[in-house]
Design a protein around this ligand. Structure first.
Ligand code: CDP
Ligand code: ZN
Length: 166
């Protein structure tokens, strides 16, 4: 027999951007003072891209790069909250609300703990969710590989969505 379709959906997101001088570092919609920022076609917000993909993944929809191709001049320098808001709109349209979200940002530098509450509050607002269901963690990469050598920043996230009519 076929297994029942549960009223919960889990989604996973991952993203990584190269760090370079001459770019602003924007994480979760917050400007973080740093000597380098994320290279990207959009504003390079590695956290918002990761969360967008986690939500799209939970819904079995095409990923962020398919919905917003970086070959499209329309998205050049775009604020990444546009991408997240579209994922949230699709989540609502498909009949789901955010259960909870857990994110890990991997950056050798800068120290993100002073910005975590700002990021969490801004991200919760973008998700129309209570901050109590949104968690942000930060890790270094122990100075090894591209992240540890401060050449990139990575991010992982998992979400659980719950059917609205549950
Ligand atoms: O000690 P452990 O190896 O688990 O973690 P770490 O990568 O050495 O980071 C230690 C702590 O620093 C983390 O738990 C974060 O709270 C904080 N951290 C941060 O605020 N900003 C970063 N870019 C990296 C880590
Ligand atoms: Zn990205």
């Amino acid at each position: 027999a076929k297994a029942p379709i549960l009223p919960y959906r889990v989604g996973h997101g991952f993203d990584l951007h190269r760090l370079a001088e001459g770019y602003k570092l924007i994480i979760g919609g917050i400007d973080i003072p740093h000597t380098k920022g994320c290279e990207a076609h959009s504003d390079g917000d590695v956290l918002l891209h990761t969360v967008t993909d986690a939500i799209l993944g939970a819904l079995c929809l095409p990923d962020i790069g398919q919905l917003f191709p970086d070959t499209d001049p329309k998205w050049k320098g775009a604020r990444s909250d546009i991408f997240l808001k579209e994922a949230v709109r699709l989540m609502d349209e498909k009949g789901y609300v955010l259960g909870n979200l857990d994110c890990t940002i991997i950056a050798q530098k800068p120290k993100l703990s002073p910005h975590k509450e700002n990021i969490r509050n801004n991200l919760s607002a973008l998700l129309s969710a209570d901050p109590s269901v949104v968690n942000i963690k930060a890790k270094t990469h122990e100075k090894v590989d591209s992240i540890g050598e401060e050449r990139s920043i990575g991010c992982h996230a998992v979400v659980m969505l719950i059917r609205k009519d549950l």
